[in-house]
Write a protein that binds this ligand. Structure first.
Ligand code: GDR
Length: 333
């Protein structure tokens, strides 16, 4: 059976990828950091087939030990401090985990490596945030980077060091430049899930307003379940390479908000939405839209969920989820 090690296993993409690989017969190992990490417990309930390995992207020897133990054919480096807004407040931590963490994993891979006939393959989760103040529209694999946050800067380092280690040491290392991808498993700190969760709670009478930052930024939003397939496809090619994964469409935060309220049967969204500087960033990424034609041509990748379907999927999930929580609270169970 093929073996895969996933960092960031407790996040949205880690969970979808673990299920995707498990369904294809992989033994899946997940790197979990810290002592008694509560997300590790949730992981064991939701994805019982994943074998947890302890380790931290800030600790090279722990990565060496994790690779020696799991002997993966494929390493998926999804672990990061991934919230752009927080990266302005914890920039050093972001550089260390999101940036230098990639270098540590590549060094661990060089040390442990796998055998010559079957060297380990590496996937780096790069990001459209690297394009930041965009130099070209739509963005493709050749578009120059201009990151706008400590997170984006750290991701540029992670991307460049992946390419450099591929060129320098012949590692099978790929970088997937993924545009925003969402799902009912998205963390509540990100704008899409924050909105769909609030809409559900407003609909159920549990909350009365939704406070956001800017409504005009535009993003290329796809469904996370589609995007993990592209990660895997990259590692099945004969040659390692870099790919943009995106829908090719862009929508504003306001459009997402309008659709989400409408999906819950609420027409007058403006009654509930308030803006607050607290949620505005020192530097913003205004408009992103990716060109996924290389991923389509080489990997045969395409998205299966449209933007309105994505919004509806998240609202329906949150209505059900918040409704169940509220019923449990009133019944005292
Ligand atoms: P992003 O995602 O920064 O694009 O990075 P996020 O959902 O945080 O922000 C999207 C846009 O919405 C605006 N916004 C708000 N954002 C949040 N989180 N909360 C708010 O209240 C709010 N109001 C407006 C933001 O300013 C921004 O313009 C995501 C992350 O998953 C990264 O890790 C990943 O690399 C990229 O997507 C691709």
């Amino acid at each position: 059976m093929p073996r895969a090690l996933i960092t960031g296993i407790t996040g949205q993409d880690g969970q979808y990828l673990a299920e995707f690989l498990h369904a294809r017969g992989y033994d899946v190992f997940g790197l979990v950091k810290g002592q008694n990490n509560p997300r590790g417990v949730v992981l064991q309930e939701e994805l019982p087939f994943v074998e947890v390995v302890s380790g931290d992207l800030q600790d090279l020897l722990s990565l060496v030990a994790a690779l020696e133990y799991s002997q993966p054919d494929e390493i998926y480096n999804l672990g990061a401090m991934s919230f752009v807004a927080l990266s302005f407040r914890q920039s050093e931590l972001t550089a260390n985990v999101t940036g230098v963490g990639v270098l540590r994993m590549l060094e661990a891979m060089r040390l442990v490596g796998g055998n010559d006939n079957n060297p380990m393959r590496f996937y780096q989760a790069s990001s459209s945030e690297m394009f930041g103040k965009v130099r070209q529209t739509p963005q493709n694999e050749q578009t120059p980077f201009y990151p706008r946050s400590p997170y984006g800067v750290a991701k540029v380092f992670g991307h460049d060091i992946t390419v450099n280690y591929r060129d320098s040491y012949g590692l099978f290392a790929c970088s997937g430049i993924l545009f925003n991808h969402e799902s009912p498993r998205r963390g509540i700190e990100f704008v899409t899930r924050k909105v769909t969760n609030a809409v559900a709670r407003i609909k159920l009478g549990l909350q009365h307003e939704l406070t956001l930052g800017r409504l005009d930024p535009q993003r290329d939003w796809g469904f996370a379940g589609d995007y993990v397939a592209a990660m895997w496809q990259m590692l099945q090619q004969d040659e390692p390479d870099d790919y943009v994964v995106a829908t090719g469409e862009t929508h504003s935060v306001q459009e997402f908000v309008e659709l989400a309220f409408r999906a819950a049967g609420i027409d007058d969204w403006r009654r509930y939405v308030r803006q607050d500087e607290r949620y505005m960033r020192p530097a913003e990424v205004d408009v992103l839209v990716g060109d996924p034609s290389k991923a389509a041509a080489v990997l045969g990748w395409k998205r299966t969920v449209t933007f309105p379907e994505l919004v509806e999927m998240m609202v329906v999930h949150d209505l059900e989820h918040e409704g169940r929580k509220a019923r449990r609270a009133t019944s005292g169970a």
